[in-house]
Design a protein. Sequence first.
Length: 131
Amino acid sequence: MKKTVKVVAAIIENDQNEILCALRSPDMSMPNMWEFPGGKVEKDEDFYSALVREIKEELHCIIEPVDLFHDHTHEYDHFIINLISITCKIVSGHPYASEHSALIWLKRENLDSLKWAPADIPAVEQLIREQ
């Protein structure tokens, strides 16, 4: 039986209506694929606290979660991921790629130009539809 992992992802939009996209490093699983930054929810941790912690660790900035955006479960070969995407705003600092290979800001209509990790695709599609 495959293990299900709960993961939160930040949909961060800037003042120019661009969304932050993160490129997975060659050292990560699914290398060189794009994702919304975030990470695993720890035991006894709520989604919003987990996301604030993960973004502080990964991007060295402080976010404020705004609203649940998308909830999707995706089955990979060796595990199942329950990806909860949450819209956020940056309240302090500027995102810095310490774990990812790159960070870019893209307009919604250009999001489909990237090669996304499969679990992130439904949220990407919803963002494009809502533009």
